[in-house]
Design a protein around this ligand. Sequence first.
Ligand code: LLP
Length: 424
Amino acid sequence: MQTFHYLNSELYCEDVPVSRLAADFGTPLWVYSKRALLTQLEQIQEAFAAANPIICYSVKANGNLGVLRVMQQAGSSFDVVSGGELYRVKQAGADTTKVVFAGVGKTDDEIRFALESKILMFDVESEAELDAIGHCAAEMGVVAPVALRLNPDIDAKTHAKTTTGKKGNKFGMDSERVHELANKVLKNPNLDLCGIHMHLGSPILTTEPYELSAKKAVGIVADLRTQGHQIRYLNLGGGFGINYRGNEAPLAKDFAAVIVPACKEMNCQLVLEPGRFIAGNSAILVSQVVFTKMEGGKKFVIQDAGMNDLVRPAMYDSFHRVWPVKPAVLPPEDFEAEIPGCEPVDVVGPVCESSDYFAKGRFLPPMVRGDLLAIFSAGAYGTSMSSNYNARPRAVELMVDGGAVEVVRRRETYADLVAHELPE
Ligand code: LLP
């Protein structure tokens, strides 16, 4: 069964015409394909099977309970970066003993919440955090499982705002300090150093950075074991790139080919934290054209989704395919090319910021007021980064499963916008 596809000049999500969803639920509107979520998870599970992986879906990509439930039921675990995300996965019914917890600024309350939840391990990002976890664990009379998050100083060639594994950014600890830190753990009976963690950035479109980090881990794990630590886990984070434009991303099996051998050599269980790879192409944002106008020699298509819904183009200049839901011209192979029968337009939103756009100078079939547009690859870092900027209620989110449609988040109302500001 297909996920998002055009049939008889109309966009479908699985068996449901997207125009019907827009008519029933209004726009802007998020549409998830359950099939797409499951297919992506299965691809990772299968590609990495030889390393007996613990797949921890990265909740920050999309923490909707509907999405988390699908993941949980399909055997995924979770990567969280806050007490709030841990709460979300608990609400989704997750087994917290397989949850990993990263983040540079964990508070004592968050650490205690994670210890009470008996998570699999903390990805520790500083010496001070190691002390704080040790302290909380001692108070609670437990042993905290920790993995040292190392900064391997590898350039994953992502956008400057999403690179994490280069020296000089705030994540992890310099890998040269690993022994000093590990020694500290040896002296603390409330800490168990059970793993190594590295996350290089996102999205990563080549396999080399993973190959380099896995190789680096082999030496470090061997040394730590000699030091007396029982290292059981190698966590190589997330970051696997996806196809936003065409076919630019490697396949899961390509990433596995450079990671699995190192993992076997170390005899470690592999932990992965994919977010975008699972959620990215599992949802679209559907909008409706409000107006069009010609100004300054340009055509603007003004539609009702904005940067408050999907901030990625404004924040990272990121590319999302945009195409009508009922197009006169079928979608091209290359969305960046000049397309016969189409005209160059800027697709913009209603928010009062020049950065509120989804596409610039993009060739689209002629659009008129009332037409529906689909903004593709919007499932990761879409709703999870959305806001109420310009007092815009957050859009409704739908999960499609075959011919069935479930509301997994209702559209916010104007009353919701002020609810927390009114006296109790
Ligand atoms: N693990 C760690 C420690 C991370 O920091 C991240 C992402 C992930 C896993 C998941 O990465 P993924 O598999 O989703 O690429 N808002 C940006 C992306 C920020 C990524 C932050 N960390 C965007 O929209 O492109």
